[in-house]
Design a protein around this ligand. Structure first.
Ligand code: CU
Length: 269
């Protein structure tokens, strides 16, 4: 009996210490991310922070919205979150950019992930970007937004390509790796959007893509690649095999009816 009590005590204290250490090792949702901007949506009493994997660049940027109660600082894990990027050009013209809004009104580890494909850089002689983030206070039943200033730089290597066709259509082609690319087979995404108006940049789902990676400095390619095919919302998913470190070029052959376009992206592995 005594032994039983002791062992129960040991089990209990083990359980307790487990639950304690669980609290201590709570993951920090923004670990490894860069804070881009923050502001308060006053009517919704919601603080909005925007985080990203790196400083914003021309191309497809995954953006993570983090919401908290502006008074208590408590995380808000349920809200509508919508991104509206807008560029005010020095010329006086305004335009938006392709957007993937967060898919769910439920946060994943306290973050609402979405994306913006910035089609131009910020610059004193070019123009400036803002991001309107619409949120919702579900307790007060209020919708509100913040408008945040963003800085978008031109990356060292092009990560977004655009081209116009004879019929005046404009296309924006960007790419994204779900995880930082490395030697081996990598999941790879190509996004294609068009421009309907200054505010509307819809996804284009019906391109056929053939992909061929090459190491230009060594004149070889790689086996076991999978050309990206459309999944949803203008996202084409495939696999690219980098067989060694160094400079790679991903050639993309895009076709859609009569339209055919070749382009490439360079990157360092
Ligand atoms: Cu612009």
């Amino acid at each position: 009996m005594k032994l039983n009590l002791i062992s129960t005590g040991i089990i209990l204290s083990t359980l307790l210490s487990f639950s304690c250490s669980d609290d201590e090792v709570q993951i920090n949702p923004t670990e490894g991310l860069t804070k881009i901007a923050e502001g308060v949506a006053t009517s919704a009493n919601t603080k909005v922070e925007i985080w990203a994997d790196e400083d914003l660049f021309v191309g497809y940027n995954v953006l993570y919205a983090k919401l908290s109660d502006a008074t208590t600082g408590d995380a808000i894990d349920e809200s509508l979150v919508q991104f509206t990027p807008m560029m005010s050009m020095v010329s006086g013209m305004k335009h938006s950019a392709p957007v993937d809004n967060p898919k769910s009104e439920q946060a994943i580890h306290s973050l609402f992930p979405g994306a913006v494909n910035f089609i131009m850089p910020s610059g004193t002689d070019i123009g400036s970007w803002t991001l309107k983030v619409k949120v919702q206070n579900q307790i007060r039943n209020v919708e509100d937004f913040v408008e945040l200033d963003l800085n978008v730089v031109t990356p060292e290597k092009t990560r977004m390509n655009s081209f116009a066709t004879e019929d005046g259509m404009k296309y924006f082609v960007s790419y994204h790796f779900m995880v930082k690319p490395k030697v081996g087979v990598n999941d790879f995404e190509v996004m294609i959007h068009t421009k309907e108006s200054m505010e509307s940049f819809p996804a284009v789902p019906d391109f056929t893509i053939t992909m061929e990676p090459e190491m230009p400095s060594m004149g070889h390619g790689s086996p076991n690649n999978v050309s990206p095919t459309h999944t949803n919302n203008g996202h084409y998913v495939g696999k690219v095999n980098f067989t060694m470190t160094g400079d790679w070029r991903i050639h993309l052959n895009l076709s859609r009816g009569e339209l055919a376009k070749e382009l490439y992206f360079d990157l360092d592995i």
